[in-house]
Design a protein around this ligand. Structure first.
Ligand SMILES: [Zn+2]
Length: 122
């Protein structure tokens, strides 16, 4: 694949935006990125857990917040999450697919921002 990731931005602390060498640009929720973590531990967790129990998952603070994103060579990114998880390596091809599949419209982004604003005020 010749398309490479050019830039990563965080328009909000719960959103991540990527810009690619072919001009493609997309924003998704950080929780999508984390929930699709391709590392062996997360894969195992997803495969072994019955769907109905996922909601009861023990929630670690910072699970969906990024501390830092490392770029691995010129082919992948490796996010470090606030809860300390850092073993996921996302090849550009996989990342691009995630962003194409979960790309948020401007409307959706505004709605998500609203929800976060409201929950902060309560
Ligand atoms: Zn993982």
């Amino acid at each position: 694949m010749n398309t490479v990731l050019k830039k990563i931005k965080f328009p909000e602390k719960f959103l991540i935006e990527t810009i690619w060498s072919d001009g493609f640009q997309a924003t998704i929720k950080l929780e999508i990125l984390r929930d699709n973590c391709p590392c062996a531990d997360c894969n195992e967790e997803r495969n072994n857990k019955p769907k109905s129990f996922i909601a009861l998952d023990t929630f670690k603070p910072g699970k969906y917040l990024i501390k830092k994103i490392n770029v691995v060579g010129n082919y992948a990114i490796s996010p470090i999450w606030e809860d300390g998880h850092e073993s996921g390596i996302y090849p550009f091809e996989f990342l691009r697919e995630l962003f194409e599949r979960h790309n948020l419209s401007n409307e959706e982004i505004e709605r998500i921002k609203d929800i976060h604003k409201k929950s902060k005020n309560n």
